[in-house]
Design a protein around this ligand. Structure first.
Ligand code: SF4
Length: 166
């Protein structure tokens, strides 16, 4: 039976981790960064802090319209987006910028119980603009879930070997 993509990913993460371990004195691989060994404790609150620059990286599109970051531009997520201003007309919509900044933070956008209780929540990547494209609202996507678990476990094994020098 053909291995699933996740099985292949898991096997390759193991092989790459072994290679990085063998060359640990002059090789760094961000996929195994120690941040991926973090585990959120049960009942630990998700902080109201941003995961990225959504809302605080104003970006101007070619037509002069302003967006909360490059990922909010129509070329990235399509026409169903939120503009926060327009340099041609001098318009600026602080309420929209504030909405994106506030509702993009981890505690506001995380609404799946699965994510709220997840020990990998802090390192689990998501893009608020991508979430908005997916749901038409700022609600965290979960596509990366199995990948994040495999990567975090590979990082935990890697750093255990480093710390225990095995
Ligand atoms: S998507 Fe999966 S790994 Fe990420 S926070 Fe949610 S439950 Fe955890």
């Amino acid at each position: 039976m053909r291995p699933t993509d996740l099985e292949i990913f898991c096997t390759q993460m193991g092989k790459c981790s072994d290679y990085v371990y063998k060359h640990k004195n002059n090789l760094y691989w961000s996929m195994l960064d120690r941040v991926y060994t973090k585990r959120k404790k049960m009942n630990e609150r998700i902080p109201a802090i941003p995961r990225c620059g959504s809302g605080v990286m104003p970006t101007m599109d070619i037509d002069g319209k302003l967006y909360a970051c490059p990922r909010w531009c129509p070329f990235a997520i399509g026409k169903n987006t939120i503009s926060i201003g327009d340099v041609r007309t001098g318009d600026y919509f602080p309420d929209k910028a504030r909405f994106i900044a506030d509702d993009s933070n981890r505690s506001a956008i995380t609404c799946h119980e699965h994510c709220m209780e997840c020990e990998y929540e802090e390192q689990c990547a998501f893009c608020p603009a991508g979430c908005y494209r997916e749901y038409g609202e700022l609600k965290r996507t979960m596509h990366i879930c199995p990948i994040m678990r495999i990567q975090s476990e590979a990082a935990a094994v890697y750093w255990r070997r480093i710390d225990e020098n095995i």
